[in-house]
Design a protein around this ligand. Structure first.
Ligand SMILES: [Zn+2]
Length: 259
């Protein structure tokens, strides 16, 4: 009985603190500090986004498919790949696709210092300098983000773009599974895909490209596939406070710190 009486006020305080924190986070998430997950729009537009490239083989193949359907997309590129494959970058830019910053070396931002985060962002931005963009977009590597890492990207004027649709194409789904996952695209959706898998340059993207071809064919002409900046111009961004630090990454960081 005594224990009960002692525990009750404590858990009440904990619940209250939790509630206040959740509400504060929800409010903060709706400001420009929040991460964009989709766009509220009446216009039938969807943004496909591709991470981790450019890749010398898969990106041009994907671009052929996008071209064939008259689709535009957004590529969140890794700085060290940008420098390595300038001819792919030139085509991406010339074809009218949007480009965003995905860090210089694809490291998890919550696990590095503020100075390292700034270095990662600036190095990738420098690599992207020959391909000017209408706005600064950033997608956190592994989608990992903390309050502190968002503060750095916010200070440097980046909008963070997450997604509300995901075909988990970095795992090993078949093209049919990916098509099914994206069978009911709606106006304002932002779709996460990968034209390369960072650290695995040999990984085939054939199934993903096949799926994109089928998704574009299935949704045309009902939906227009546009870049993220074009989608943002067509409506109002839906934002939320996106905080994610994978427990595996934390364990790995602890391991390397103690090693
Ligand atoms: Zn990535």
């Amino acid at each position: 009985m005594v224990d009960e009486e002692v525990r009750r006020p404590r858990s009440l305080v904990r619940r209250l603190v939790g509630r206040v924190r959740r509400e504060a986070y929800a409010l903060l998430g709706r400001t420009t500090f929040g991460t964009i997950v989709s766009v509220s729009t009446e216009r039938p537009m969807v943004a496909l986004t591709f991470d981790d490239g450019p890749h010398p083989d898969w990106t041009p193949r994907l671009l052929d498919v996008l071209d064939r359907h008259g689709a535009k997309a957004t590529f969140f590129v890794v700085g060290e790949h940008v420098a390595r494959y300038p001819e792919v970058m030139q085509r991406l830019h010339a074809d009218g696709h949007a480009l965003g910053n995905h860090g210089q070396r694809h490291v998890r931002f919550p696990l590095i210092s503020a100075a390292e985060r700034r270095r990662e962002l600036r190095a990738c931005a420098e690599a992207l300098a020959p391909y000017p963009q209408p706005r600064r977009l950033f997608r956190p590597p592994h989608m990992n983000q903390s309050l502190a890492s968002r503060f750095v990207t916010w200070r440097l004027g980046y909008d963070v773009i997450a997604c509300n649709r995901d075909a988990t194409d970095w795992e090993h789904p078949t093209s049919e599974q990916m098509v099914r996952a994206l069978s009911d695209l709606r106006a304002g959706d932002v779709v996460l895909l990968h034209d390369a898998i960072y650290g695995e340059p040999g990984r085939s993207r054939a199934a993903m490209i096949e799926a994109v071809d089928a998704v574009l064919a299935a949704h045309a002409p009902r939906i227009e596939f546009v870049t993220v900046p074009a989608l943002l111009r067509a409506g109002r961004p839906r934002r939320k406070l996106w905080l994610m630090v994978s427990s595996r990454a934390r364990a790995a960081a602890r391991g390397s710190a103690s090693a």
